[in-house]
Design a protein around this ligand. Structure first.
Ligand code: NAD
Length: 284
């Protein structure tokens, strides 16, 4: 029997819990948390992502400070907007939507975001705090995966967790978060020679390779928990990195695509914006 993990429901619970905490903080006289999304250029997928983040922020009772810059915006123009938001005490969190138009240096722009406003957890400082296990804002997708595992009652401590993918955005912070929760962690990547031999050892398998259908029954230990982070647009809809239909009956639990990890990313952005506001108030 394979259980499908309902990411939509778990994400809804986190969003309503966050909205409740925002309302309580405001009722107690604290200022309303606010998120600034920065969208540069006219990539249609980015525009859709930013619109749904802004909607979720407003639904959670937080302030929406959105900025749009044109496709031709220069490095200095984007930097000036980030610096202005960084200095604005009403802005709790700053999210620079990626990818940026060609010619802009995203790493240099991200580095201008103060660590206490880094709701995507992508600055070098946030990565350092995560690696050291110190207080900080964690990248939304991997922290959403931890929330999914906890909501499902999956035992992380002492388990063998395998993460497929080592990106700054997902794979590396995912491995760090699992390590912090006392899993034995293995990271696989494109140069791993026998992927199936590695993944078959996993009690928890998190797949963030960006390769459609990479993982099938030959990669999975019976009863394992499979978290599919991959998202691919196909003519017949969204699919992931895991051939979920082929694992029905052998995996213990599995996240669907869509409706698994995806909704968690936005929910964790809400939670991170509230956390950023609390951080600013603590250090004020
Ligand atoms: P990326 O391309 O930056 O990194 C992919 C990683 O997978 C690399 O480290 C690479 O070494 C590894 N890899 C590639 N091919 C492999 C193979 N054949 N075997 C083993 N490892 C392999 O991608 P990313 O930004 O980490 O995103 C990964 C996937 O997750 C993408 O499909 C992306 O769309 C999706 N994603 C989803 C969410 C969400 O909210 N659900 C958020 C971020 C990313």
């Amino acid at each position: 029997m394979t259980t499908t993990i309902d990411g939509r429901k778990i994400a809804r619970d986190i969003r309503s819990r966050t909205a409740g905490e925002v309302a309580a903080a405001v009722a107690a006289g604290r200022s309303v948390p606010g998120l600034a999304t920065v969208l540069v250029g006219d990539d249609p997928a980015s525009a859709v992502y930013v619109a749904s983040k802004r909607r979720a922020i407003r639904e959670a009772g937080m302030r929406d400070f959105h900025r749009t810059l044109p496709q031709q915006a220069t490095q200095d123009e984007v930097a000036a907007v980030i610096d202005e938001l960084a200095a604005d005490p009403d802005v709790s969190g700053i999210l620079l939507q990626l990818p940026l138009p060609a010619g802009l240096d995203s790493a240099a722009l991200i580095s201008r975001i103060p660590v206490s406003k880094d709701v995507d957890g992508l600055t070098t400082s946030s990565a350092g705090l995560l690696a050291r296990g110190e207080y900080g804002l964690r990248p939304c997708t991997p922290s959403g995966v931890i929330e999914l595992l906890d909501a499902e009652g999956v035992t992380i401590k002492g388990s063998h967790a395998v993460v497929v993918g080592r990106s700054e955005l997902v794979g590396r912070p995912m491995a760090q978060l699992l390590l912090q929760r006392d899993a034995t962690v293995t990271i696989a990547h494109r140069h791993t020679t026998d992927l199936a031999a590695v993944t078959r050892a996993a009690d928890i398998l998190v797949v963030a390779a960006g390769v459609p259908g990479l993982i099938g029954p030959e990669h999975v230990k019976p009863g394992a928990t499979i978290i599919d982070v991959g998202i691919h647009r196909t003519p017949s809809g969204l699919t992931g990195d895991v051939r979920a239909d082929e694992l029905d009956g052998s995996a213990g639990r599995i996240t669907p695509v869509p409706g698994g990890v995806g909704p968690m990313t936005i929910a964790m952005l809400m939670a991170n914006t509230l956390r950023a506001a609390e951080w600013a108030q603590r250090s004020a």
